[in-house]
Design a protein around this ligand. Structure first.
Ligand code: NDP
Ligand code: 2IT
Length: 453
């Protein structure tokens, strides 16, 4: 670790105690940036990195609501407005019981670099709540979303801060949030993305993160003159990102073998085909059930319940070529990475945000596999949110083909930036350095131009 990174991390830890995920995200980026800061003393002098790790604004608020039994419930709401150097704050909302300040700060921090890589003018933000939508009625989710927006509305706007979905926030939640914003402001604007298709949403936004992660994998494979045809793929999660990752793997001739949720995972040796994917979508999006049911329906599949005594995840311990982690942060630890490499996996494209620990990343980089970090590989979601913002501003909507083509081009461009930047800074093939440095430079230069703000 360089002296600069060591000192920076000591400060970050002292100033942001009990935020291990935020420390991890900063450490990973700062390690890449050592290469840049040596070449650009002006970034050091203007304290660009020291400023970038400090959110421009953190909003934290009470979210009271009444459940179906008439009981008062109290949750905590957050919005981290991290950086607006290149555009309005942009990033998702996460509703999950694990949500806390440190997790949202890591996500907002990652978002700054990711959004910069998309080529679109978007700053970085993230928000959410420790509310758990699991097991809640539609009425409860609606009342929670309304109460959440009763505070959030005064901080956001189509030119200020534009939230979207993330874990636990999909089309249903965005609908309730938008309805309440519109009622409070008496304005129909593109203040949220991921909206319904007949009230301002963009075609392909639901598909975009998963499709983008697979386009990114295809680009990485193309550097070795290979395609996804016939490739065995391990996918974690079973939500929005996992579902459309599986769909695009199928379009490109690959074979998805696994899905998971927080209770366990499914391994289907015959592969998950279109019909089985349709079942998963109905199970997760309509019935809001558990993946275990997949094994009851399809006898080629086995269900492995989560064993919290294990220090690794057996999902990553199957023979395969590619891995698409699409559930949550730190779902691939050092042991999982060793298992993936042992089993022949040589492509990792991260649909989730920061799914690999530092120990896992180090092994992927040492093994020189095709490792696409989340801030590059999953940027298709927010990029298509950016396209939704453009369509809303133009007051028109593009066709499915047009949006998909733009998404595909953006993923190719992100890939190119990563490859060229990694090479320029002396670490060819290192997509981590490519993404961190490529994302940083545009934001850093904008910050230099705009003075000490
Ligand atoms: P969803 O809520 O649709 O799905 C999340 C999936 O991950 C579920 O299967 C869920 O299982 C599982 N999961 C969540 N938390 C955990 C946990 N702590 N342990 C085990 N499994 C867990 O979310 P998305 O698909 O939208 O998000 C998945 C990942 O992709 C997240 O890291 C998110 O930040 C990232 N991402 C999402 C984007 C988007 O556009 N939606 C864009 C870019 C990145 P269960 O049902 O049991 O909770
Ligand atoms: O992590 C992410 O990039 C997202 N959850 C999507 C953010 C967005 O604004 O579409």
């Amino acid at each position: 670790m360089s002296e600069f990174v060591k000192n920076l991390m000591a400060q970050v830890k002292a100033k942001n105690p009990s935020e291990p995920e935020f420390h991890q995200a900063v450490y990973e980026v700062a390690s890449s940036l050592s290469l840049v800061l040596e070449k650009h003393p002006e970034y050091r002098k203007e304290k660009i990195l020291e400023r970038i790790i400090e959110p421009e604004r953190v909003i934290m608020f009470r979210v009271p609501w009444v459940d179906d039994q008439g009981e008062v419930q109290v949750n905590r709401g957050f919005r981290i407005e991290m950086n607006s150097a290149i555009g309005p704050y942009k990033g998702g909302l996460r509703f999950h019981p694990s949500v806390n300040l440190g997790i949202l700060k890591f996500l907002a921090f990652e978002q700054v670099f990711k959004n910069s890589l998309t080529t679109l003018p978007m700053g970085g933000g993230k928000g959410g709540s420790d509310f758990d939508p699991k097991g809640k009625s539609d009425g409860e989710v609606m009342r929670f979303c309304q109460s959440f927006m009763n505070e959030l509305f005064r901080h956001i706007g189509p030119n200020t801060d534009v939230p979207a979905g993330d874990i636990g926030v999909g089309g249903r939640e965005i609908g309730y949030l938008f309805g309440q914003y519109k009622k409070l402001r008496n304005e129909f604007t593109g203040v949220l993305t991921g909206k319904g298709l007949n009230w301002g949403g963009s075609l392909i936004r639901p598909e975009a993160t998963g499709y983008g992660a697979v386009y990114f994998a295809a680009e990485m494979l193309a550097t070795r003159n290979q395609t996804l045809e016939g490739k065995r793929c391990l996918v974690s999660g079973s939500g929005n990102v996992a579902q459309y990752t599986i769909e695009k793997i199928l379009h490109l001739g690959g074979k998805p073998l696994t899905i998971s949720d927080s209770n366990g995972y499914i391994y289907d040796e015959e592969g998950i085909d279109q019909e089985k994917l349709k079942f998963i979508m109905e199970l997760k999006n309509v019935r809001r059930g558990r993946v275990k049911e997949y094994a009851d329906k399809y006898k080629t599949a086995t269900y492995v319940p989560l064993d919290s005594n294990l220090d690794y995840n057996p999902l990553w311990d199957h023979k395969a070529d590619c891995a698409f982690p699409s559930a949550t942060q730190n779902e691939i630890n050092g042991k999982d990475a060793a298992n993936l490499l042992k089993n022949g996996v040589y492509v990792v494209s991260e649909g989730a945000n920061m799914p690999s620990t530092i120990e896992a990343i180090d092994q992927f980089l040492d093994a020189k596999i095709l490792y696409g970090p989340g801030k590059a590989a999953n940027a298709g979601g927010v990029a298509t949110s950016g396209l939704e913002m453009s369509q809303n501003s133009l007051r028109l909507s593009w066709s499915r083909e047009e949006v998909d083509q733009r998404l595909h081009n953006i993923m190719k461009s992100i890939h190119k930036t990563c490859v060229e930047t990694a090479e320029k800074y002396g670490t060819p093939g290192n997509y981590v350095n490519g993404a961190n440095i490529g994302g940083f430079i545009k934001v850093a230069n904008a910050m230099l131009d705009q003075g000490i703000v």
